[in-house]
Write a protein that binds this ligand. Structure first.
Ligand SMILES: [Zn+2]
Ligand SMILES: [Zn+2]
Length: 359
């Protein structure tokens, strides 16, 4: 089979390798589509502390079973379309006992620490089937949409964390696919709360408007976030939002979120940062947050990482019912041998989601 191996920054090679479909502890699935995540782009450019090359990247995967596979809690038929939960948990740690597999102390990640979906076939361990991490694709969901179930599930995990907190105004920093998925979920779950999207790319902000953003702000010109407060005042009658999603990988957005959050504000850090340089002395580049600022303004800073199999199931239902129109985010499809072009397409913000769907 053909697989795109990442060998280190800026080095991807398509190789032909043999597949082993004889193990009883895993199943080989045929990949139908795999979407490019900004994590893939960051890793392609700079490597990642998690990744030891050579490895096949890609963790937003729709695939098809190649034969029957049965076991504890599951019974898969042959040729069944599925979306894959990319976290392989240990099932022994405290977090696994709580079914918070994304927080597993010994987790392996598909497309990061084990081979992922930028390949013709992928091997999925039995564990993932047992925890409900291989989710059947529902009838109204296309292969391409099914590869976006994973990032949508991550957004659901983020939204789940704010259900118990008090807020009445939201800013999403980031107009990429994640920011836009969060926008759709927030407008669905909290229709009366106004949401503003801050971004840099015109066509993406246009899409944000189309998807229901009450206000968008283009920060492109001079990274000046001050007008955001004024716009917020117009929108909401208050100077600053009390819930801010940092949904892009720029440290400067985190710095801006801190400036923007007023008393009792909550900040959710949703993405790994592109360039977190602890040694940086430039405050706008440094992800350091001032402890006094947090204390005297009663700020809460939260993280949100990955998802659970339950979130994937929920995401699948929302896309199947048409409640979340994920289709609008799919702008480009590529063949596997064009993976580098797909990564660059995503890097240059030309479209929204680039998907590999021919192998
Ligand atoms: Zn991702
Ligand atoms: Zn664990």
């Amino acid at each position: 089979m053909k697989a795109a191996f990442f060998y280190g920054p800026n080095k991807i090679k398509i190789k032909n390798i043999n597949i082993d479909n004889t193990s009883n502890d895993s199943l080989t699935l045929k990949v139908l589509s795999c979407s490019v995540c900004s994590y893939d782009v960051r890793t392609y450019r700079n490597g990642s502390f998690k990744v030891k090359p050579p490895i096949v990247l890609g963790h937003e995967i729709c695939a098809e079973t190649t034969k029957e596979f049965k076991g504890k809690n599951f019974n898969m038929k042959s040729h069944e379309r599925v979306s894959i939960y990319p976290v392989i948990p240990c099932l022994h740690c405290w977090h696994c006992n709580q079914k918070k597999y994304n927080l597993c102390s010994n987790l392996k990640e598909i497309g990061s620490t084990v081979n992922g979906g930028f390949a013709e076939y992928i091997s999925i361990p039995r564990t993932l089937f047992e925890i409900g991490g291989v989710v059947p694709v529902l009838d109204n969901v296309t292969n391409e949409e099914a590869s976006l179930i994973e990032p949508l599930a991550c957004c659901i995990n983020g939204i789940n964390q704010i259900k118990s907190i008090d807020f009445d105004s939201i800013v999403i920093m980031g107009d990429g696919p994640i920011g836009l998925m969060q926008l759709m979920l927030l407008k669905r779950n909290f229709p009366s709360i106004q949401v503003m999207v801050v971004g840099k790319i015109n066509h993406r902000l246009e899409m944000a408007r189309k998807l229901g953003a009450d206000k968008v702000y283009d920060v492109n010109d001079n990274s000046n976030f001050e007008p955001v407060s004024n716009l917020f005042m117009e929108l909401n009658g208050r100077q600053s939002p009390n819930l801010i999603f940092v949904s892009n990988n720029n440290a400067s957005s985190l710095a801006a979120a801190c400036k923007l959050a007023n008393k009792n504000g909550k900040i959710i850090i949703f993405s790994g940062l592109k360039n977190p340089k602890p040694e940086s002395h430039n405050i706008d580049e440094s992800p350091t947050i001032d402890a006094n600022f947090i204390h005297y303004n009663q700020i809460s800073v939260m993280g949100s990482f990955s998802s659970t199999p339950m979130d994937l199931k929920m995401a699948m239902e929302l896309v199947n019912s048409g409640e979340i129109r994920i289709k609008d985010l799919i702008t480009d499809t590529f063949e596997l041998f064009k993976l580098e072009a797909a990564l660059m397409n995503s890097e240059s913000f030309l479209g929204l989601k680039s998907i590999i769907n021919k192998f």
